[in-house]
Design a protein around this ligand. Sequence first.
Ligand SMILES: [Zn+2]
Length: 393
Amino acid sequence: MWLITKLGWYRENRLSSLSRGGSFCVLSGTSGASVGQGTCPLVPEKDLERVICLKSEILRIREEALRELSELDRPEALQELKVKVLGKKGSLTAMLRQMGSLSPEERPIMGQVVNEVRSQLEQAWEKRSAELERIALEQRLATERIDITLPGIRVPRGHYHPLTQVIEEIEDIFLGMGFQIAEGPEIESDYYNFEALNLPKEHPAREMQDSFYITEEILLRTQTSPVQIRTMEKLHPQLPVKIIAPGKVYRNDDDATHSPMFHQVEGLVVDRGIRMSDLKGILLNFSREMFGESREIRLRPSFFPFTEPSAEVDVSCMLCGGSGCRLCKGTGWIEILGSGMVHPKVLEMGGYNPQEVTGFAFGMGVERIAMLKFGIEDMRLLFDNDLRFLQQF
Ligand SMILES: [Zn+2]
């Protein structure tokens, strides 16, 4: 049959075969064509036959590439397939090399076919690539889903410890009266803690403070008073000296009203013409700001080695107002601090001439002020770190 017209046979039989993607002939170089896979009865000798053979092969490459493209599911496979078809050694690129066997008239037509197929394939690649990316993204979104409607864990908000609150309030009150804040070391020498404060060794008043000694000469400070000496040493002969010294102190005591570590705020004023009435005025103002406008104070004679004269300071009871109750043990007064005029020897130790300047000093326990202010009866509660207690302030 096909002897009558080869081309006619081709049109009737092979085109339908082509449309099913069948492979039938392969051209080898420019020397002619060989029968491929035993299905093509053509031996292409003329341009037209070669064109048909080439074109059918190109279409086959296209169909196969599109089929593989639609089946692959990894982006890496996409690239591998692209190299296999469109790369330098790819099957479609190889077809361009076959065109040498065509006549000059046929070449541009075949070139156009190859280029069209190439551009169709490139478009298909981009489309498939975008599809794969979208599928990968959807899979990630599905597996990495976070439920943002779940409530978070609320971080509890804390607040200052009642002692810190009281220290800051005391500082604020004295800063408002023109004082400055001074600090000193908690591990102190015997000299600053005792001797410079008119407490030489063997002085019986040392017995009032059961101390933690580290060596014979070094101890945990028993009071904030050493800061007075350190400040005067630093400032002299400058005037005035007007400081408060808040901080931790240490004594070997432990019961409902004593803790081995507690806080003091010490005050010191040195200037020309400082009198005891200045001390009283400052402390009255402090008591009213801390405990209420209607508070009164009274000074009772007392003894401290570093002040002369010395006085305990009582404030009128904040609970009963002075009429007498359980808090003030029926007296109407509550002791809040110790004070006095700075001893001349202490002024000298600090580098000032007691003939020219005078001063007053006072010291209070922060825990005692906090207990009075908040109505706390056991000092140990302040150090137990029990939130049920601390959250009340
Ligand atoms: Zn009272």
